[in-house]
Design a protein around this ligand. Sequence first.
Ligand code: 76R
Length: 248
Amino acid sequence: MNEAALTLEGWYALHDFRSMNWTAWRAADDEERAVALEELHACLQEWSSVEEAKNGSTAVYSIVGQKADFVFMHLRETLEELNALENAFNKTTFAKYTVKSYSYVSVVELSNYLASGDGDPKANPEVMARLQPILPKSKHICFYPMNKKRDLSDNWYMLSMDDRRAMMRSHGLIGRSYAGKVKQIITGSVGLDDWEWGVTLFSDDALHFKKLVYEMRFDEVSARFGEFGSFYVGNLLNEQLFEEMLRL
Ligand code: 76R
């Protein structure tokens, strides 16, 4: 039997993709829309106060294209908290004007492929900062789910730890050449959602996503073993930009 990589888990993640029901939004009267905006504002305020208290983090982005209109990416200590905030949002007047497009449940994950291995990693503040990250407020987000292949001759899970580690080293080297340009958050979702990982990238230049992902396609881990779901790309929303997006 092959050795499973050891993983460290941090905050749980919910990527909640929504579309606007523009017909209903347009049909609402000014007062209804004002109430809806107030309740949206209250949710955004609540999420930023959780982030200020370092009990979680939330990123809000519009989505370009027809897959969704916007995404809330939430990180929280427990699945119960994620569930509670999702339900709280669903009860708002604003949510009445949204349609669920897609969601993804996972947990922030670090693996031991490239870890140095001495001491209790959770006692290391740098490790904790990666397990409980405050999400960047970069101009753009890119999210997609992925698997590692389990085909006859290309089965990631049948490879030895040493082979996997060598490939992950090469993967990490490409990744590191984008340091300062792209921030990645890998969330594990085996047993939690339909794919094995969620990949969330943040950057101030969306072309860095294209170049990084393209470069990785030539690297063995992705070239041989990567299987990818749908890509979602979008632009940062703050309260003001969100209101502008909703203004008729
Ligand atoms: O965490 C680390 O920095 C150590 C090195 C590292 C690991 C272990 C690393 C670095 N990644 C790791 C694990 Mn990654 N990553 C992806 C994708 O589109 C594709 O082809 C793949 C999607 C991107 C774009 C990306 C970027 N990485 C993983 C895992 C878990 C694998 C497992 O356990 O089997 C997946 C699924 C995955 C996928 N990776 C980096 C990046 C970048 C930019 C880095 C450098 C990070 C940095 O140094 O800050």
